[in-house]
Design a protein around this ligand. Structure first.
Ligand SMILES: NC(=O)c1ccc[n+]([C@@H]2O[C@H](COP(=O)([O-])OP(=O)(O)OC[C@H]3O[C@@H](n4cnc5c(N)ncnc54)[C@H](O)[C@@H]3O)[C@@H](O)[C@H]2O)c1
Length: 329
């Protein structure tokens, strides 16, 4: 079978690609496990050489814009096909550029759906939504799959619109769609970004690289997190779930856990003991504090658990995984 990952050279896209190569098979159109013969990583930003771990004869890197319908139709075509749709303008970017967010997240999402519709059979499609679909002053402290969806940002709005379209294309019998809402995924490698959630990775990543990190929120600030290994395993597991088990509500909250910034710093100090850690310096930023403070502190993912998606390990283990994969790896 052929598997396409849009956003395939991003953070989660690369990790998902590695997980799929290791696994080697997915449920195909026949309902049986089929070998992944081609893994296409489609992205607007494609490196010249395959990223580490992805130099494999099954992998091809394809550069292009998901908002370009002809490109997407050419890419998502043929028999025995599965698609993981990850390409997205992410939170801060969507807020800064409304038109780009609509183009990439909405037109891009429609292009992916239409290409799946035109392909033979009912390709499985896994869409990465976000818990940013939840928001607003009436939000409870703990969200769950039944919490009313009232996004307070363009990013969340485009995500929930895709969720509904995935459900409707599935109801029409044009594809077999499923969506997962990741929490803030840690520990994101690479350079710091401007996302309001950036501190949740930065407070581990920078000190572990010996660099000081300025913490923009109070240590009491509580957010909902997921470790990248678990989130990637969840996306694969979501692909494997029989459509009937999802029923007509095609999107689920992905497994998460809750921690305060102070608990995260404590985990860093425990797991990083013996290393030369950079310092975590309190540097409150009222704008970031306000945004993060509007997010839920706890999330339940009962549907994910019932569907057999994996649970996150304890926070210390999530930090250890990052050290193994990116600091020592
Ligand atoms: N990482 C998180 O904390 C998190 C949380 C919730 C949801 N998500 C969702 O998971 C998915 C993957 O997230 P990530 O952390 O890997 O993000 P990322 O930014 O690392 O990856 C997204 C990829 O999409 C690509 N892309 C952007 N515009 C494109 C376009 N027009 N055409 C083709 N490709 C384009 C980017 O180049 C990038 O490689 C996204 O849909 C994101 O919204 C992520």
């Amino acid at each position: 079978m052929k598997v396409v990952i849009t956003g395939g050279t991003g953070f989660l896209g690369q990790r998902l690609a590695r997980a799929l190569l290791e696994r080697g098979t997915l449920t195909g159109a026949s309902g049986a496990q089929e070998a992944i013969k081609r893994l296409v990583l489609f992205d607007s930003a494609v490196p010249e050489r395959p990223p580490e771990g992805l130099d494999d004869e099954r992998v091809s890197l394809v550069a292009g814009d998901v908002a370009d319908g002809a490109t997407v139709r050419g890419l998502i075509a043929g028999e025995s096909l599965s698609v993981f749709h990850l390409a997205s303008v992410v939170s801060a970017g969507a807020e800064q550029d409304f038109d780009l967010a609509l183009s990439v997240n909405l037109t891009g999402g429609l292009n992916v759906l239409e290409a799946c519709r035109a392909a033979p059979g009912q390709p499985r499609l896994v869409f990465t939504s976000s818990i940013a679909v939840y928001g607003g002053s009436a939000l409870p402290e703990t969200i769950d799959d039944a919490t009313k969806i009232t996004p307070q940002g363009t990013y969340g709005v485009t995500k929930v619109m895709n969720e509904h379209l995935v459900a409707d294309y599935t109801r029409k019998g044009w594809l077999d769609g499923r969506g997962g809402r990741p929490p803030t995924v840690i520990v994101r490698p690479g350079k710091p970004n401007k996302a309001a959630s950036g501190f949740a990775s930065g407070l581990f990543r920078e000190p572990l690289a010996g660099i000081d990190h300025e913490l923009p929120v109070s240590r009491e600030t509580r957010i909902v997190l997921g470790g990248y290994r678990t989130i990637v395993e969840s996306l694969v597991a979501l692909h494997e779930v029989p459509g009937a088990a999802l029923g007509d509500d095609r999107t689920v909250n992905l497994p998460s856990f809750s921690a305060t910034a102070g608990e995260m710093v404590a985990a860093l100090e425990r797991v990083g003991a013996g290393r030369k850690l950079g310092a975590v310096i309190d540097a409150p930023d009222p704008a970031i504090q306000r945004i993060v403070g509007s997010w839920p502190g706890y999330a339940r993912a009962e549907r994910a658990a019932a569907l057999g998606l994996p649970e996150n390990p304890p926070l210390d283990e999530v930090v250890r995984q990052y050290i193994e994969d990116y600091v020592e790896g």
